[in-house]
Design a protein around this ligand. Structure first.
Ligand code: V47
Length: 385
């Protein structure tokens, strides 16, 4: 390897980043293979600080997965059950869905994240009723619900356009959409991972339709399965192109593959370096997406904390009742409290900002006690707040 040439190439990329110019696919691949991880991280950090300073966002949310019954046989998935009567398959009644919120009426939750399997028989009214009933209980709560893959499935199943499905769900209470189901856009990898579900163009078309209706959405990339680095960069560029068209994406969330209880069990998990590099490269490639979110459930609390120096400005979230990754072997706790999150962020030298789903700032850490609780660094996580 010619180090001098490499350093010069890195410096040219850094100039582009500082001028907020779009990097191309070759730049992305170079950053993925440049041996100096800390230099890539520092450049991503520079961009992160230019956008957000020390602010590090989090929100108070919880997850509901009303059904795990799913017609799609995605090889990476440990959550889905392929038939309604398969062992451990479940479908909640609307009352059971409501109960999840009733159990938390005294908590300062601002968002519910709702994702389902692609159920064989449920009518569209089931999904609308979930939204309506939750809103009836807490009209102020933000419902971030249903992935593009679900919306595509509903459109095909009920003979409707994406816009019709989304308009009806919006009318029932849908406020924004999570970024799941994107996996890896490249057809070669997608054929191996999730043949038969919405393809890349369909996933992107659903998000385009949502953005046109004023529904903000997130975007994700599942990494660490069968994809190549070229395919990761291609994935980011396709997201960047749609963002240039609509501006509707709020945050990008790289999702590290977890291998337990699914058909890809032989694959090793992404390494710490791969996780940090993927966050940094995402920050640098996706110059037009405001936020990069670390999903601590997937990469672990420690790596998530370090990622705050590698381009990440957002930590998801308090996240109670997570199922999809815990069924795939995630060893992280089921939830972090606000105090846990603030402590993690403070120790990383950043300023915690509690946000709502649309990134309106609700509370900023002033370094003093949190909600009357003085943060005690000697106590373990999840015992405070
Ligand atoms: O689409 C499923 C991934 C996604 C596994 O928008 C897996 O705020 C790793 O998209 N190992 C769903 N990944 C979750 C998701 C998400 C999560 C947090 C926040 C947001 C947001 C969105 O999870 C799926 C798939 O890509 N996934 N199984 C697994 N074994």
């Amino acid at each position: 390897m010619n180090r001098t040439k490499d350093t010069a190439r890195f410096a040219r990329i850094a100039d582009k980043v500082r001028a907020n110019e779009a990097l191309d696919a070759d730049d992305g691949l170079f950053l993925y293979t440049y041996p100096d991880l800390l230099a890539v991280g520092a450049l991503a950090n520079e961009r992160r600080e230019a956008l957000h300073g020390d602010k590090t966002f989090f929100n108070v949310n919880f997850h509901i997965n009303p059904t795990n019954v799913c017609v799609a046989d995605c090889k990476f998935c440990s959550f889905a059950r392929l038939e309604p009567d398969a062992p451990a398959a479940y479908t909640m009644s609307i009352d059971e869905v409501k109960q999840k919120l009733l159990d938390r009426m005294d908590q300062p939750v601002t968002e519910i994240h709702i994702v389902n399997g692609l159920h064989h028989h449920l009518p569209l009214d089931y999904y609308k009723d979930c939204l309506r009933e939750l809103k009836a209980l807490r009209p102020d709560i933000h419902l971030k619900a249903y992935t593009a893959v679900e919306i595509h499935y509903f459109a095909e199943k009920y003979g409707m356009s994406y816009t019709q499905v989304l308009s009806e769900l919006k009318e029932a209470g849908l406020d924004s959409m999570p970024g799941g189901g994107a996996e890896i856009f490249a057809e070669r990898a997608r054929r191996k991972l999730c043949r038969g579900k919405a393809d890349a163009d369909e996933w992107l078309a659903v998000h385009r339709a949502a953005h046109e209706l004023g529904i903000r959405t997130n975007c994700t990339m599942l990494y660490g399965t069968v994809e190549t680095l070229e395919e990761r960069i291609d994935h980011m560029l396709r997201l960047r192109d749609l963002q240039a068209e609509t501006g509707g994406f709020q945050t990008f969330i790289p999702l590290a593959f977890h291998a337990d209880n699914n058909s890809l069990q032989k694959l090793p998990p992404p390494t710490g370096v791969d996780n940090l590099r993927t966050y940094a490269v995402s920050r640098l490639m996706l110059h037009n997406i405001a936020h990069i979110k670390a999903y601590w459930i997937m990469i672990g609390i420690k790596t998530a904390q370090i990622s705050l120096s590698f381009g990440v400005d957002d930590l998801d979230g308090t996240v109670q009742e997570e199922k999809i990754y815990h069924m795939a072997g995630a060893e992280t706790p089921q939830a972090l409290s606000r105090v846990d999150l603030v402590r993690l962020i403070r120790e990383a030298g950043r300023v915690a900002v509690e946000r709502d789903t649309l990134y309106n700032e609700r509370w900023t850490d002033d370094g003093e006690a949190l909600d009357g609780i003085r943060i005690d660094a000697s106590l373990p996580y999840s015992t405070q707040g």
